[in-house]
Design a protein around this ligand. Structure first.
Ligand code: CA
Length: 228
């Protein structure tokens, strides 16, 4: 880690942050909503499985369970109904709080004069407002990649490649901060040094196997990484 940082001097230009599970503690809401919706339709999704598949589209997630429990693909109608049920429960959940340590991480990155880029699969329309409320002054519309910007989301590298493009940098000039296996895969596939902040219940090995260059226990440790 230390050697890597020394090698970075003068080379690092931007840090690309994922949002759910990195900037906001939103995964418990997703876990709650997915398990309720799946149960309602006779499927079962464990908490760990929600974390394992974080970032997969709703349609692909539903289909994965339909194949396992029903031995066939889910129909478009089933996908629609189950996803609607998930969204309905999710919208009743309390707004996710900022992740512990994320503000400090952003401050440390900003203090180094590095660009802050958001790379999320989320396609909420009020994303910038929400970011601005929790992290005023850190995010800018022209340095955000959302679910609206990409054809192939995580684990494909496209979101992070778009992030590099928006920041105007090469892969070796950036660092990705991710929490989920599919997000780590995406950062790694884009050729960017990827820090996994293990803010959920998965084993560190899962994130290492997905291609993480280092795994840190949480965002406070990410803040320390950028503070030295
Ligand atoms: Ca995430």
């Amino acid at each position: 880690m230390v050697n890597y940082r020394e090698g970075l001097t003068g080379r690092l230009k931007a840090v690309l942050f994922d949002m759910d599970g990195v900037l906001f503690d939103s995964m418990p809401n997703h876990v709650y909503a997915w398990s309720h919706a799946m149960t309602k339709y006779g499927l079962a999704m464990t908490h760990e499985e929600v974390y394992m598949n974080e970032g997969r589209t709703g349609s692909a997630t539903i289909n994965m369970l339909a194949q396992r429990f029903w031995g066939r693909d889910a129909t478009e109608e089933e996908k629609h109904l189950i996803y609607e049920a998930k969204s309905k429960v999710f919208n009743t959940c309390p707004e996710a709080k900022p992740m512990h340590g994320a503000l400090e991480a952003l401050q440390a990155v900003k203090a180094k004069g590095l660009k802050i880029v958001l790379v999320t699969g989320s396609a909420q329309t009020s994303l910038l407002d929400r970011l601005e409320r929790s992290y005023p002054g850190f995010f800018h519309q022209n340095l955000m990649v959302t679910g609206f910007d990409v054809k192939l989301g995580k684990p494909y590298p496209e979101p992070y490649l778009k992030g590099l493009q928006k920041a105007g940098i090469k892969p070796e000039e950036g660092i990705v901060v991710e929490n989920a296996p599919l997000g780590v895969e995406a950062g790694h596939a884009a050729g960017i040094f990827t820090i996994a902040a293990n803010t959920g219940p998965l084993a560190d090995e899962v994130l290492m196997n997905a291609g993480a260059d280092i795994v840190l226990p949480g965002m406070i440790d990410v803040a320390k990484f950028f503070s030295n």
